[in-house]
Ligand binder design. Structure first.
Ligand SMILES: *Cc1c(COP(=O)(O)O)cnc(C)c1O
Length: 394
């Protein structure tokens, strides 16, 4: 494999001015990932601060209700800050600190990655600035407050559609302006090399734990692992240590929004084409002229017009499957898991729960499915109530 490539995908499609920054980052990462002190400190942060390892919970009522495969839930929702994002952020901010950086910047969509980055920056005493589309700052005022409370400065981005993709572009631009003291904490397994590899490695703790937990509970590997896919970081984290076991099906659940035959979708594998954007070659939702298309999903965390390059390659080679789940199906799964297991999943994670509901009944009772519950759903309650025609004041 060529450096930073996943098949034909990945690479470094960036302006000359960013080249030094990514080279410095790659060299530092290659050095620290093998450093025992770095790994000891990171493990301690993950365990003592974020609450790892997260539980692998046997969902008995859901398994019995669906009749078929036994279903386990990987509880990333129980991590500090309520999602898998903290795994990546603690790794990157610790790395930045080792590199002698004093300031971190990050993009955020709904605010989850911004809050996680502001959290790690507070913990490790780093300056923090977060770029967020202006539209999103208005939709997610509570998360803007959280980031400020944690000591971060939040910039409202007004370019383009003033949403996540514009926030990523703006953060890259800001990094170009100030690379000496600043690290860009990218929030998913995307962007130019080495980010897709770094983010995957930090998130791969999820599949490392699932593997050990399944061997302990079932004495064998799962038959299928399901995860929702925005940029793809919780999914690649849940898949990674199973890639070498072809008998384990890996299934990424994309956001179909109102349906893949409508313009209101964010399902990149189902509707996208090969392109270059945000420093990488991968699949992107595009219009007839090759411009990045506006995307839509009820779930703000899955509302990104691309997919990480490693997923694009797992799709090309057939090692992983990608399915599209609509808003309606995700909302039903959100309510279903709440009722049946007393677990309110993030609406993102509910996309994976929705597909598990279809898949489990087609499997035998001696087979198992692991569903990655990437985050908790408290943040989504008002929006789902609204979707059901109820007005809840937050
Ligand atoms: C951000 C987020 C996602 C989507 O990001 P990935 O990089 O695709 O994992 C999914 N679930 C939750 C709970 C999130 O906060």
């Amino acid at each position: 494999m060529k450096k930073g490539r996943f098949g034909i995908h990945g690479g470094q499609y960036i302006p000359e001015t960013l080249m030094n920054a990514v080279i410095e980052l790659e060299e530092a990462y290659e050095r620290y990932k093998k450093d025992p002190d770095f790994n000891r400190e990171l493990t301690e942060l993950l365990n003592e601060y974020a609450g790892r390892p997260s539980r692998l919970y046997y969902a008995r009522r859901m398994s019995e209700d669906l009749g078929g495969a036994r279903i386990y839930l990987k509880r990333e929702d129980l991590n500090h800050t309520g999602a898998h994002k903290i795994n990546n952020v603690l790794g990157q901010v610790l790395l930045a600190k080792k590199m002698g950086k004093t300031r971190v910047i990050a993009e955020t969509g709904a605010g989850q990655h911004g809050v996680a980055t502001a959290t790690a920056a507070a913990l490790m005493d780093m300056e923090c600035e977060v770029y967020m589309g202006k539209v999103d700052t208005e939709r997610q005022a509570l998360n803007v407050y959280r980031m400020r409370l944690l000591g971060a400065k939040v910039h409202a981005v007004t370019s383009g559609t003033a949403t996540l993709k514009d926030a990523v572009s703006e953060t890259m631009r800001e990094w170009t302006n100030r690379i000496e003291d600043t690290h860009y904490v990218l929030g998913s397994c995307m962007g130019p090399h080495p980010f897709p590899t770094i983010v995957r490695d930090f998130q791969s703790v999820i599949s490392k734990e699932i593997k050990a937990q399944m061997l302990e509970k079932e004495g064998r590997l799962p038959d299928a692992v399901l995860a929702c896919v925005g940029g793809g970081s919780n999914a690649i984290g849940a898949f990674y240590h199973f890639i070498e076991h072809p008998e384990v099906r890996l299934i990424g659940c994309e956001a179909a929004g109102r349906g893949i035959h409508t313009a209101e979708t964010a399902a990149t594998i189902a509707t996208g084409r090969l392109g270059i954007f945000h420093g990488m070659k991968s699949y992107f939702c595009q219009d007839d002229f090759g411009q990045i298309a506006p995307v839509y999903s009820i779930s703000a965390g899955l509302d990104y017009p691309g997919i990480g390059p490693e997923h694009a390659d797992l799709y090309d080679t057939g090692r992983a499957e990608y399915v599209a789940v609509t808003d309606d199906e995700a909302v039903e799964a959100f309510e279903y898991l709440s009722r049946l297991e007393g677990i309110i999943p993030a609406i993102e994670s509910a996309h994976a729960v929705a597909y598990a509901r279809k898949l489990a009944p087609t499997m035998r009772g001696d087979q198992t499915i692991v569903v990655n519950i990437s985050g908790r759903g408290d943040k989504d309650c008002a929006a789902i109530a609204r979707y059901r025609g109820e007005d809840i004041h937050e």
